[in-house]
Design a protein around this ligand. Sequence first.
Ligand SMILES: NC(=O)c1ccc[n+]([C@@H]2O[C@H](COP(=O)([O-])OP(=O)(O)OC[C@H]3O[C@@H](n4cnc5c(N)ncnc54)[C@H](O)[C@@H]3O)[C@@H](O)[C@H]2O)c1
Length: 366
Amino acid sequence: MLKLGLLGCGMIAELGHLPAIQQTPGIVLESVYDPRWERSLEMQRRFNAKHAYPKEEDFWNCDFDAVIICTPAPLHLEHVTKAAKYGKHILCEKPLAMTVGEIEKMIEVTNAANVKLYTGFTYRFSPSALEIHRLVRSGAIGEVRSLRLIYLWNLHGKWQFDASGNMIPSKLRVGRMEEGGPMVDCGVHQIDLARWWLGSEVTSQRGIGVWVEDFEAPDHMYLHMGHENGAHTMVEMSFSYNAVSKEPRSNFQYELIGTDGVIRLNREEHSFELRNSHGTQYLPWHPEKNFRGMYNELLFALTNQEDRNMPLANDGLMATQIARKATNQAIAKRETGSQKNHSKMLRAGKDVSKSLIPADSAEPAP
Ligand SMILES: NC(=O)c1ccc[n+]([C@@H]2O[C@H](COP(=O)([O-])OP(=O)(O)OC[C@H]3O[C@@H](n4cnc5c(N)ncnc54)[C@H](O)[C@@H]3O)[C@@H](O)[C@H]2O)c1
């Protein structure tokens, strides 16, 4: 039996991790911790955790093999360091940390403590993503030359209501934009898929930003990546797509273009197909996330000391590095462009002149 502790009982713990842990045979939820004690108790009750502790130290001293870190990204380094100190293996949510320097530190402390550090790239475990991985390796579309990975959505909208019923800027949105914006928050999944599907590292990149709003980071971004094997990936990410529309809809798709055809997945159409010189295959479509699949793989990896498809710390590092650099490339280009044409959709009550992007990730635009 693999014993897990979960730190940070927020949205993704409740909707993604805890149900999957509960549903995976061979895994037991030993303990949960959140500084909001009522929340810890609620999650303990709903997901049958054996223990919940009001004091964080008691959580770490509890007898579990691995910890699931679901706290906000700026706290990941602190929590990975604690886990290493207590000898726990780690599955940490993305983005693995705020800067490349923080991730290097995480790798150092986990190596020294001889514990595993995995990145929570759940998209890899969608049966459709696993099928794309298999199809690419079997040569189903020949040599893959181009990937188009697109996710345009509204991050649950621009506004929320406060306790008095006033409309205020969405706290989730402001938080995610201040942590780096859509490429750092969501684009890391797509960057990871491109590297994993192609089995080829990124050797050149360029980030281009669009500012529908006026945060420091762009809220709509294009990332172009050249791979070592000659393939090209375009990632397009947005938090502003229908952000104020009464009837919003999203746009999520993967397209892989090869010398012998195309693999195409469209989430909104629920379609997944392979078209090549032999004909067309309509494949079973699956949503982009699969927490249960990730936990089955985590169980296998920690039981057999074989990582297989588990995303490693280095995968988290590469994705964060590329996403941060792309965001900084976009920002640098904006600053050399016209200052007169900023969007009129200013963000309420925020000082946009202050730099929000961590300094050690600053890269000059090529
Ligand atoms: N893989 C995915 O699809 C996916 C989706 C959403 C979010 N995420 C990632 O998951 C992480 C958490 O996101 P979320 O949306 O659940 O955030 P959230 O704000 O809903 O939850 C964070 C939780 O951490 C708790 N917390 C704060 N300080 C803490 C501390 N010192 N110790 C322990 N717990 C603490 C908070 O009380 C809160 O319950 C982020 O890194 C985010 O990017 C991943």
